[in-house]
Ligand binder design. Structure first.
Ligand SMILES: Cc1ncc(COP(=O)(O)O)c(C=O)c1O
Length: 370
């Protein structure tokens, strides 16, 4: 059996009839930039997240930078973030002239609230949790720390759309939250795309101006901005997919439960917590990724590769602070130890049960558990 890590054509194939119609309709209408589809998508996304505003942007990396600018983060500031994140989180901090300072991650692979406070200095102005793998961090503790020290929260929820902490959606905890619509994401576009969500009218208005050359709704330039608009064709596709996001999340949670059931007895693995279906669940996870820790990780990856199963090391297996070209000097032993053992198994809505079962059987065979 061949199981690729991700099937890119599936991003289109899954709902191709509706997507094709949406694309043709939008293309023929001549509505390409900041038109009805974008406005409608923004409304639906805000509704889905339970906030008042969503602002479509070119990609999540831009969204993070604009979010930091709106939060007032700039030259000389320090921003606390995890190192187990995409380089984009730190790049956004650099782009506004601030300094990324990394905190360790915990056993859930997200920023560790216990490791934040002692890294706060008089220059720290914001905390940037990354809601990685489709799980929202312990935002109660992170919010309490931020409030105690007068810090802003800027959420990188690029991987977190639909996940919740204590019933509240990722992306809704700080000044604003950012989502990515990169094709492999839970809500994947046919190209790049992103959005920023917020409950704050003024923040939303500023974001709308920043993404459109600093112009207000009359066309008057009221600040320096840039061009980072989510285009209408992508918004039209995303509208089709957002209407079905519930199904996509249900599928991912079902696949995660299947992995969990088959792999939980293997002592050499550390699995993400299985989906909690109780109404009072603290974490509602959406499994953007299925990242496990494994003894003899590289051997397991080779074994799976030889049997047709592709796995992936997130960020090539390095924390942001470990890319030597970026010049960081911090050492993060816990993050490095977890990342040295981590790998991602295939997790997406194209997978069928037989494929999950095959992967699990091969993992069990590698550890001699069959
Ligand atoms: C955690 C995280 N932050 C930021 C980004 C950047 O998103 P985009 O590719 O839309 O700029 C990604 C995308 O992979 C991500 O996973």
């Amino acid at each position: 059996m061949q199981v690729p890590f991700f099937r890119y054509p599936h991003v289109y194939d899954e709902h191709h009839v509706d997507i094709e119609q949406a694309l043709l309709r939008t293309a023929a209408s001549g509505s390409y930039i900041m038109q009805q589809e974008l406005r409608e998508f923004e409304e639906r996304l805000a509704e889905y997240c339970g906030v008042r505003h969503a602002v479509g942007v070119g990609n999540a990396t831009d969204g993070l930078e604009l979010n930091l600018r709106v939060a007032g983060v700039g030259y000389g500031d320090e921003v606390l973030l995890p190192s187990h994140t995409f380089v984009a989180t730190a790049a956004a901090v650099i782009a506004v002239g601030a300094k990324p300072v990394f905190a360790e991650i915990g056993q859930d692979h997200l920023i560790d609230p216990d490791d934040i406070e002692h890294r706060i200095t008089e220059r720290t102005t914001a905390i940037m949790p990354a809601q990685l793998n489709g799980r929202t961090a312990d935002m109660e503790r992170i919010t309490a720390i931020a409030e105690r020290h007068g810090l802003k929260i800027v959420e990188d929820s690029a991987q977190g759309l639909g996940s919740r902490f204590c019933g509240r959606m990722a992306g809704t905890f700080g000044v604003a939250g950012v989502f990515s619509f990169y094709p492999a994401k839970i809500l994947g576009a046919l190209g790049d795309g992103g959005a920023v969500v917020t409950d704050d009218e003024e923040v939303a208005q500023t974001l709308r101006q920043l993404r459109d050359h600093g112009r207000d709704e009359t066309g008057e330039v009221v600040r320096w901005g840039r061009n980072s608009r989510l285009d209408n064709l992508q918004a039209a596709v995303l509208l089709v997919k957002l209407a079905r996001i519930g199904e996509a999340i249900t599928t991912r949670r079902r696949l995660a439960a299947r992995y969990h059931q088959a792999l939980k007895g293997i002592a050499e693995l550390v699995l993400p917590p299985p989906p909690d279906e109780s109404a009072s669940a603290v974490h509602y996870d959406v499994f953007q990724n299925y990242e496990v820790e494994a003894d003899e990780r590289d051997g397991l990856r080779h074994h799976l590769r030889d049997r047709g199963v592709a796995t992936l090391l997130q960020w090539s297996g390095k924390g942001v602070h470990q890319f030597s070209a970026l010049g960081f000097t911090q050492s993060l032993p816990t993050t490095e130890a977890i990342m040295n053992r981590s790998m991602m198994l295939p997790m997406n809505t194209s997978l069928i049960d037989d494929e999950i079962d095959y992967i699990c059987e091969e993992i069990a065979a590698f550890y001699g558990n069959l």
